[in-house]
Ligand binder design. Structure first.
Ligand code: C2E
Ligand code: MG
Ligand code: MG
Length: 782
């Protein structure tokens, strides 16, 4: 069908219309031609008919003339005129001649018939004088006066039309001669009816025609069947003329007579010959249904084409749709996948694939509902990796992530399938243990979780030991909402952290008091700073070999009127959290440097000031502050020691290194405080410009009782030596410790053995006392 696309219904209808128009034109042409041919043949047929009439009439007249001529030469006629010329009187024989003559013409009239009709209605012999000599009809007198001419003036024509009292009569005139002299005229009246009959033999009442024999003397209506012609053609003469439209007209002379035969014929009716306009219109109308049928067929065909096209299109569309459908299905399944992925992502932690905080909390809520219905208990474990931040910062985030993944895997392995493990964020995990029977069972769960951290983690070909702290709460004892249970487990966790980490703790109500105390602390710390309630105590650092004070460590002291003595280990982490550490640190720096500057006059001691790693977040400001303080107080830079913990170095950045290098150039000392409690990575000991290392008091404390701590201290001392670092031992409480350290070449010591941290005034006094002792000793030696 594609090849015939141009052949649509419109084209077909146009072609059909052209063909039909051609057909109608052809019919009209053929019909017109036929009609004109028909008219021509009708004309020639009528012409022939009229010619026949004229010839017949002419022949008839000719024959009649001859007949009359014969009559005029008859013996009886001659006899009479001979007798008359001889002067014979009527009484003497002329009357018998006249009788014979009369009988002759009478016989002549009676004997000449045609088609049973008399040819001559009357034959009369008229003398030249105008008297009737003999007459075939005796009843009426022949009216000679009606003759149109004088008898002697006969014209060439022998036939005449004469208007007589009896009407128009056709007369044949024949001169009778005697001895070559005209003696009389024979007048024969022709039977007009016969002539009319002769001239109208082919006429028919149904076909319109009109024939008139015309002569100067008058006209004889031969035939009239023209409907609107009337009976008297003479009266209607004006109506029909030679040029009357739509009428066929002929006029033919009747030879040797004064007559002309005029004829009018109605042409053949178009209606009759089935070629009329109406007929054609009717035929055309017949064609109309054909045409309409054609149009209908074309439309049907066109509709079929359209339908077929539509079917083709729809099958194409179906294929397209099927394709689109497949694509759509693929898209839907993709979307479903991505939706389920999104839903999964929304409820799961991307790194560990554990339930996330939200989902964990939802699970906890669900577990609470179930436990409520079944009247069972739930154990909630809040797990936090110890020092994760430091690990993460030391080994890098990628390895930190790996540690979290491995932790998750271990957690999942250690719990039951009915338990839920979720990652709350960072290094915090949640384990929901539904249906826990008693506290011992809870302890078992916690212990088993702690035990999974006993084995080292292998990350990037390195071994790591990570401990964890677990805070626990139980439903319904510690709360009946997910949020409360979580908060209480968190409180318990902080207790574990406070207690030195790597353990677990159940929540108890007293913990809340701690929280409240923390809140109180926070509030009071603000006030204490404002009111100048924070004091600075100084603890001397001695040269272990000489036992002379070489330095002092500045330590904050806060004795609150309501809370009592608050340890710096309690309020410094708080100040680090609320940002007050910057203010506190600045205050300690100014005051301690100022005091130390003053003490230089007594003894050139160094002042050791603790710096929180939080203070180094704004290195440039801190550096500027130190430089300012040194300038303001006049303390030589080399008399300032900055004590920092390992955690600072873990957070190290380019600006920290720059600052420390700058301060070292100035002569400021840098001590690593609490060495041994953190990660004690040797790499950063080499990397940073440390001058001193302070061994944490925890090792010193147990050193003399624990051989492992002893060997650890020995190892630290050996390492410090190799790194060319001076060592300060913290927390020396007895002579044994001091001696041990001294024997192991530990240069400096600090501890209650020598002095507790004391106020500045006391420390001044201590220095003065020492100086005076020294000077006394010198004097003694001198
Ligand atoms: P630290 O820097 O290690 O200070 C030494 C701590 O050991 C001090 O505790 C001191 O009183 C204590 N100590 C010294 N000798 C002995 C001893 O023989 N036996 C015992 N048991 N303890 C001894 P303190 O004053 O409670 O300070 C605790 C920590 O608070 C400090 O540890 C330091 O990290 C921090 N800290 C104190 N003052 C400041 C400060 O002004 N700034 C900053 N950032 N931290 C400070
Ligand atoms: Mg210190
Ligand atoms: Mg310390």
């Amino acid at each position: 069908m594609k090849h015939f696309k141009w052949f649509n219904s419109k084209t077909a209808i146009i072609i059909a219309g052209i063909l039909l128009s051609g057909y109608l034109i052809l019919i009209l042409t053929v019909t017109n031609l036929g009609q004109s041919r028909l008219k021509e043949s009708q004309n020639s047929a009528l012409n022939l008919r009229v010619s026949n009439y004229v010839e017949n009439l002419s022949f008839f007249f000719d024959a009649s003339e001859k007949n009359i001529a014969n009559l005029s030469e008859k013996r009886d006629v001659n006899t009479y005129f001979s007798n008359l010329a001889a002067g014979m009187s009527m009484q003497y024989g002329l009357s018998s001649s006249l009788f014979s003559l009369s009988r002759t013409i009478e016989q002549f009239t009676q004997s000449n018939k045609m088609d049973s009709q008399f040819i001559y209605s009357r034959v009369t012999i008229v003398g030249l004088g105008g008297t009737v000599i003999a007459d075939s009809e005796s009843e009426s007198e022949f009216d000679i006066s009606k003759l149109p001419f004088k008898l002697m003036e006969q014209v060439s024509h022998k036939v005449h039309l004469v208007d007589t009292a009896d009407g128009l009569q056709i007369l044949l005139l024949q001169t009778i001669y005697h001895q070559n002299k005209p003696v009389a005229i024979l007048v024969a009246s022709l039977n007009t009816e016969l002539i009319i009959g002769m001239l109208s033999t082919q006429e028919h009442a149904d076909s319109g025609s009109c024939l008139t024999l015309v002569s100067p003397a008058g006209n004889v209506l031969v035939w009239n069947s023209l409907t609107d012609c009337g009976t008297n053609i003479q009266q209607q003469g004006s109506k029909y003329s030679a040029n009357s439209p739509g009428i066929i007209y002929f006029n033919k002379d009747v030879k040797s007579t004064p007559f002309i035969l005029e004829s009018w014929f109605e042409p053949v009716s178009e209606e009759d010959i089935f070629t009329s306009g109406w007929f054609i219109a009717a035929i055309s109308l017949l064609a109309l249904p054909v045409f309409l049928g054609l149009i209908y067929l074309m439309r049907v065909n066109n509709t079929n084409l359209v339908l077929q096209t539509q079917v083709e299109l729809s099958s194409e569309q179906q294929q397209k749709l099927a394709k689109q459908n497949t694509l759509l299905h693929e898209e839907i399944s993709k979307r479903k996948n991505s939706e389920s992925k999104l839903a999964y992502q929304a409820s799961h932690d991307e790194l560990t694939n554990l339930a996330n905080r939200n989902y964990g909390m939802t699970s906890l809520e669900r577990a609470i509902c179930t436990a409520h219905a079944r009247k069972t208990q739930i154990l909630l474990l809040f797990i936090d990796l110890d020092n994760f931040k430091q690990i993460n910062d030391t080994i890098g985030h990628h390895a930190g992530d790996e540690l979290l993944k491995q932790t998750s895997a271990r957690l999942l392995q250690s719990v039951r399938s009915t338990d839920t493990v979720a990652r709350l964020g960072g290094d915090e995990f949640l384990v929901i243990v539904p249906d826990i029977k008693h506290q011992d069972a809870a302890k078992l769960v916690a212990s088993s979780i702690l035990s999974i951290f006993e084995k080292p983690f292998h990350i990037e070909q390195q071994e790591f030991f990570v401990s964890t702290s677990i805070g626990m709460s139980t439903y319904p004892k510690d709360g009946n909402t997910a949020a409360t249970l979580l908060k209480r487990a968190d409180t318990a966790l902080y207790r574990v952290k406070d207690m030195g980490r790597n353990g677990f703790s159940f929540y108890d109500a007293s913990m809340n008091l701690d929280v409240q105390r923390n809140l109180m602390l926070n509030m009071r710390l603000h006030q204490a700073i404002q009111q100048g309630d924070i004091e600075i105590y100084y603890q001397p650092i001695l040269d272990l070999s000489t036992r002379k004070i070489v330095a002092a460590e500045a330590l904050m002291r806060w004795n609150d009127s309501e809370l009592g003595f608050v340890s710096p280990e309690d309020f410094i982490p708080l100040a680090e959290k609320n940002g007050l550490i910057h203010k506190l640190g600045g205050m300690v720096l100014s005051e301690a440097c100022s005091k130390a500057a003053g003490w230089q006059a007594i003894c050139p001691i160094t002042i050791a000031i603790n710096f929180s790693s939080v203070q180094f977040r704004y290195c440039e400001q801190l550096q500027a502050k130190i430089v300012d303080v040194l300038q303001e107080t006049g303390l030589p830079a080399n008399k300032l020691d900055m004590e920092v913990t390992e955690s600072l170095l873990i957070d190290q950045g380019h600006s920290l290194m720059k600052m420390l290098s700058y301060l070292k150039q100035l002569g400021v000392g840098l001590s690593i405080d609490d060495f041994g409690t953190g990660y004690s990575a040797l790499s950063y000991l080499q990397k940073f410009p440390f001058t001193k290392l302070k061994i944490d008091r925890a090792f010193i404390n147990k050193m003399t009782t624990s051989s492992s701590d002893e060997s650890l201290v020995s190892a630290i001392l050996a390492m410090a030596k190799s790194l060319k670092l001076a060592v300060v031992a913290e927390g020396i409480e007895d002579e044994q410790q001091a001696n041990f350290l001294q024997q192991h070449n530990c240069e400096y010591g600090q501890g209650y053995l020598f002095s507790r941290p004391i106020p500045a005034a006391e420390f001044t006094q201590l220095l003065l006392d020492e100086q005076s002792k020294l000077s006394a000793n010198v004097q003694q030696q001198v």
